[in-house]
Design a protein around this ligand. Structure first.
Ligand code: FAD
Length: 391
């Protein structure tokens, strides 16, 4: 039993990374369930700005955890298009598959995941904001708006603005993408897009934006919607010539919409940097607190993936009574997920450094066969490769 407010493990954040850590722990170290507390500042179903594109890698991890994503509300996206100014290539995640990816609305998906952790016996204390984290040789002190908590180990799964990360990293270069998102009704008649397809358009790169505009098919409250937005990885910071809002307004005009008619929201995404901090003695980071994919800001599958590494590091630390977590970063970097994330950061640096429209038109319209092969071999499918490797 725990004494009041003292736990062996506190996970800060009940998003995909925090819940995946808990669900993996339930599989490999169930004795830790009653000694763990999950602190969450909001209350599920809580709002989370996200386009909700879930790649098959996420589904592989969910299956490993005994979960079936089709239980949660979702949309099967037919094809994913990668365009430059409206023309390019299209892909399905698996060649023989009948859909490209699924989209979820995050408040529903995350609440579904959190319910699974509760069913396995975890205590999630919601409406509790962690305000300050102090790490010492004997443990970690968390000051919250509901009082003070102590733990032997803390997992910072508290997203891109992680307060746990701030406690262990005092200075670092900016690795944060700027993202704007809007939810609109179904496609207007004049739109060239297809109802069940999702689109990335790299037309914004020549405008100095290191990213793309997107338009995803999704369902909210049983009704079809489009989740649209613009992503700027900011990987070559300071290059942007056009404000993000203006770039998105241009995309909206191209599709017969007026951005002024919709509610625009923004949120940062920390992207993966292999040179960054992943852990410190008594503290592990997971999910966006380490970093998402830099090309697209795709972070749901990685957040679920980090949970496996975090849980194994915790199990090992309690077994050996060594809370230094010296091998945690290495275990991630050497994994298929770590290799894919490192590669994606490298690709983002190169791809978003090239401003010429002719290059991007050629790449997405003529080189589709090569991109598809490369993406399947190295960029996606890491969870399956990892499973084969472990078998
Ligand atoms: C606009 C936008 C679009 C995106 N689209 C996609 C997409 O289509 N596909 C994709 O894969 N990824 C997408 N992402 C990225 C994806 O949302 C993240 O990678 C993913 O949510 C990371 O999960 P996480 O658990 O690490 O963090 P989060 O999902 O951010 O969860 C962190 C949790 O911690 C809680 N928390 C934060 N601070 C505190 C605190 N101080 N105290 C207590 N609790 C705290 C939060 O309330 C939250 O519940 C998008 C992101 C944005 C911003």
């Amino acid at each position: 039993m725990q004494s009041a407010n003292h736990y062996d493990l506190i996970i800060v954040g009940a998003g995909p990374a925090g819940i995946s850590t808990a669900l993996h722990l339930a599989q490999i170290a169930p004795h830790l369930i009653s000694r763990t507390l999950i602190l969450e500042k909001a209350r599920h179903p809580r709002p989370k700005l996200c386009a909700g594109g879930v790649l098959p890698d996420a589904e592989v991890i969910l299956r490993r955890l005994g979960l079936d994503i089709t239980e949660a509300a979702h949309t099967d996206v037919d094809w994913v298009h990668f365009d430059f100014n409206g023309q390019g290539m299209q892909m399905r995640a698996e060649k023989t598959g009948t859909f490209a990816l699924r989209t979820v609305r995050r408040h529903e998906f995350d609440a579904w995941l959190a319910a699974k952790a509760r069913q396995r016996g975890f205590l999630i204390q919601e409406n509790t904001v962690v305000k300050r984290v102090t790490v010492s040789g004997s443990g970690v002190r968390l000051e919250t708006d509901k009082g003070e908590y102590r733990a032997k180990v803390v997992v910072g799964a508290d997203g891109s603005n992680s307060i746990v990360r701030q406690a262990i990293v005092t200075h670092e270069d900016l690795h944060v993408a700027r993202v704007l998102e809007v939810v609109t009704g179904p496609l207007p008649k004049k739109s060239p897009h297809k109802e069940m397809d999702s689109y990335f358009d790299f037309v914004v790169i020549p405008q100095g934006i290191a990213g793309y505009a997107w338009d995803f098919a999704a369902v909210e409250k049983g009704k079809p919607v489009r989740v649209r937005g613009v992503y700027d990885s900011n990987i070559h910071s300071g290059k942007s010539k056009v404000p993000l809002r203006e770039a998105l307004a241009g995309e909206f005009r191209r599709h017969g919409l007026d951005l002024e008619d919709y509610k625009l929201e923004g949120f940062p995404i920390r992207w993966f940097d292999a040179k960054g901090t992943f852990a410190a003695p008594r503290v592990l980071l997971a999910g966006d607190a380490i970093g998402a994919d830099a090309i697209f800001g795709e972070g749901i599958s990685a957040a679920l993936g980090y949970g496996g590494f975090t849980a194994r590091a915790i199990q090992d630390a309690f077994a050996r009574k060594d809370f230094s977590f010296g091998g945690y970063k290495r275990s991630i970097l050497r994994s298929e997920m770590g290799k894919a994330l490192s590669l994606r950061t490298w690709i983002a640096r190169v791809l978003y450094a090239i401003p010429w429209p002719a290059f991007h038109a050629f790449l997405w319209r003529r080189m589709g066969w090569f991109i598809e092969w490369f993406v399947r071999a190295f960029v996606i499918g890491w969870a399956q490769r990892q499973e084969k490797h472990n078998a």
